[in-house]
Design a protein around this ligand. Structure first.
Ligand SMILES: O=C(O)C1=C[C@@H](OP(=O)(O)O)[C@@H](O)[C@H](O)C1
Ligand SMILES: C=C(OP(=O)(O)O)C(=O)O
Length: 430
């Protein structure tokens, strides 16, 4: 699908935030790891959450669904003997399930997206699992990956947090089910640290006890624990909503997004403060964010690691700010669906933005007068690149054509529909 994004002066209206992708993948997982029936209200529907749903079914969970909720009869620590799993393009699903696969005799994770997930590194998790007795075949740390149970055991576990927090989360989900007690030590820096708080939150909701140090670098985990079946309610998604809020910030607008809890553990709720710091007129009360955009933005400097999945949308807003903005501590954006620094900035430059990259920084020299546009954009298989470039297109002189825009469905299948309902001028061509 192509998205033909045309210059749009005004956005107006109210939308319900999509359901959180990262809570949905977690609740599906812990529902599967429980024995008994868990219920998840308002689960997300996107390619990534569908991937988790498909894989836990393949592993033996019984999943039933109606319009409002999903029930999962879990398999505990005894998944079905499945030979292959297809995680689509979902990094978190792959990494979380690599640890669960260690309870199966032999599972191969296939390489369904060689140009996206197929390029992402998993070495750090592979090394930790191997040290725990798991046998792993892999393609230089990348897919396809085959996991064999070997002699899986707990004990002292080390994992690097340099590249992704998902490796640590994966081990935190699995270790309580082992017979032995475990201690996890995080080596190096822990990137996307905030999201580990979401992992610990859902694990605790399922009755599992993990002792975590305050800096989230050390964990003590008793073995032989069981996930209890529970009822979970999925909150609204900040990373996806960040793009809607940024679109409202760069246009004349009166846009309200519902279902964005102020006390959420999602790091990307920081985008509300980022936009505020950029001078955007907004309020955030009782789970409702209202943006009154007037196209006036000022530049700022932000530690992007706190809101990793919201960075691209904030960069798109910064393209139209007065002055030079800097998003630092974002090196691990290079290891996502594409290289979200080099690949994303290549597309931004095509659109007419003035941007510079460093190994772990994005620098934007703002163009408050707007950018030229009038070019075709490569999506690089990345939903967040698509969402961000759409924002830029709305404020361009000649619009943008975003190729392969269907990849937006990885996290936010209704993104264009939502923008259209706010009055965005976008044509979708199959
Ligand atoms: O744990 C998770 O669900 C996620 C962790 C983050 O990845 P990294 O830890 O690799 O930064 C985030 O970007 C991703 O969308 C989801
Ligand atoms: C990086 C993302 O997801 P994942 O790592 O799960 O593929 C994302 O949603 O932006």
């Amino acid at each position: 699908m192509k998205a033909i994004v045309k210059p749009t002066n005004r956005l107006e209206g109210t939308i319900n935030a999509l359901s959180s992708k990262n809570y949905t993948t977690r609740y599906l997982l812990i529902g599967a790891l429980a024995e008994g029936t868990s219920t998840i209200y308002y689960p997300a529907h996107s390619e990534d959450s569908d991937a988790m749903r498909r894989c836990i079914r393949d592993l033996g969970a019984i999943v039933e669904e109606d319009d409002e909720k999903m029930t999962i009869q879990g398999f505990g620590k005894h998944p079905r003997d499945v030979s292959q799993l297809d995680v689509g393009n979902a990094g978190a699903v792959l990494r979380f399930l690599m640890s669960v696969a260690a309870f199966c005799p032999e599972v191969t994770f296939i390489n369904a997206y060689p140009n996206s997930l197929g390029k992402r590194p998993h070495d750090d998790l592979i090394e930790s699992l191997q040290a725990m007795g798991v046998e792993i075949e892999h393609n230089e740390g990348k897919l396809p990956i085959t996991i064999r149970n070997g002699k899986l055991h707990g004990g002292k576990i080390k994992v690097s947090g340099n590249v992704s927090s998902q490796f640590l989360s994966s081990l935190l989900f699995m270790a309580p089910l082992l017979d032995e007690d475990s201690e996890i030590e995080v080596l190096h820096d822990l990137k996307s640290k905030v999201i580990v708080g979401q992992t610990l939150e859902v694990i605790a909701q399922a009755g599992i006890h993990i002792e975590a140090s305050e800096d989230l670098m050390h964990y003590t985990i008793k073995g032989g624990q069981k996930y209890e079946p529970q009822k979970y309610v999925v909150q609204g998604d900040y990373p996806g909503s960040a793009a809607i809020l940024a679109a409202a910030a760069v246009t004349h607008s009166d846009v309200t997004v519902l279902r964005l809890e102020e006390n959420s553990k999602q790091g990307e709720k920081a985008v509300v403060d980022v936009l505020r710091a950029m001078g955007v007129n907004l309020t955030h009360e009782n789970g409702v964010v209202r943006v009154l955009g007037n196209q006036q933005l000022k530049a700022g400097e932000f530690d992007g690691d706190h809101f990793t999945d919201g960075v691209l949308a904030m960069v798109a807003a910064a393209v139209f700010a007065e002055g030079t903005s800097r998003f630092y501590n974002v090196e691990n954006l290079r290891y996502k669906e594409c290289d979200r620094i080099t690949d994303f900035l290549t597309e931004l430059r095509k659109a007419g933005a003035h941007v510079e990259e460093r190994q772990s920084e994005i620098i934007i020299h703002g163009s408050p007068q707007g950018v030229a546009g009038g070019v075709e954009i490569n999506a690089h298989y990345d939903h967040r690149v698509i969402m961000a470039l759409t924002i830029v297109g709305l404020r361009s002189e000649k619009g943008l054509i975003i190729n392969d825009a269907h990849h937006v469905a990885k996290s936010y299948p209704h993104y264009f529909e939502h923008l259209l309902s706010l009055g965005a001028q976008i044509e979708l061509v199959e």
